[in-house]
Design a protein around this ligand. Structure first.
Ligand code: ZN
Length: 226
């Protein structure tokens, strides 16, 4: 049975890396909702479509897109992936209680995943790393300015190992921003995880401190793909 994996963790815990590793191993789809929305509002059809051009204006101004719209397109895409019988991997999303559980008028993503994958096939992977480690990793994080690949902590040099593009720092990884992102993570994500636990969704807490390939092995054991 295909599974829906939701990876949560503080900044620097390696959510994106772990999602990519799972994607490669199991031919799963890594559903990066942020990137999906960005591509959608910048697609050629967006110019002709009223709703998409409205959302594009919000997106380009750095304002959050309309939550009910984000939820709907996320749900639709998750359904398409499920119908194609692929595992889906989310990293860091659903981000808000609304996105996860919706309201009277909007079905939440978790309920939609339960409907198409079956509740027993939803697994939350919670990557834990100490806050000090999170700050340290983010302070040392560089991103390739061309392909967006993060530099691995053990590799040195100013160029990307994949495409040799110049490495840059992300504004997001500014040491002053890290405490805010850590607090955001605790305040936004913990209630979502608690709610899913109440629903009977399986939560796997994994130590995210070791090297990525070791964390990956632990996740694979915890998830028991079949
Ligand atoms: Zn690169």
């Amino acid at each position: 049975m295909p599974k829906a994996i939701i990876i949560y963790g503080p900044p620097g815990s390696g959510k994106g890396t772990q999602a990519e590793l799972l994607t490669r191993k199991y031919s799963a789809v890594h559903f990066d909702t942020g990137r999906y929305i960005e591509n959608l509002v910048h697609s050629p059809e967006a110019r002709k479509n009223k709703i998409l051009s409205r959302e594009r204006k919000l997106f380009d101004a750095g304002i959050l897109c309309t939550p009910s719209w984000v939820l709907k397109i996320t749900r639709d895409e998750a359904e398409r992936i499920a119908k194609a019988k692929f595992h889906v991997v989310f990293s860091g999303s659903p981000r808000t209680m609304f996105e996860a559980f919706g309201d009277k008028k909007n079905e939440g993503l978790v309920h939609a995943l339960g409907r198409v994958y079956g509740k027993r096939n939803i697994i939350v992977v919670k990557l834990d790393i100490p806050e000090k480690e999170s700050a340290k990793r983010n302070g040392a994080r560089f991103i390739c300015s061309v392909c967006g690949l993060p530099r691995l902590s053990s590799v040195s040099g100013n160029h990307c190992a994949l495409c040799a593009g110049i490495l840059r720092k992300r504004v997001l990884d500014d040491p002053k921003v890290i405490p805010v992102r850590l607090r955001e993570y605790r305040e936004r994500t913990y209630p979502i995880i608690a709610n899913m636990k109440k629903m009977g969704v399986s939560i796997k807490t994994i130590d995210g401190t070791p090297l990525p390939y070791k964390v990956h092995e632990k996740i694979v054991r915890a998830i028991k793909f079949s």
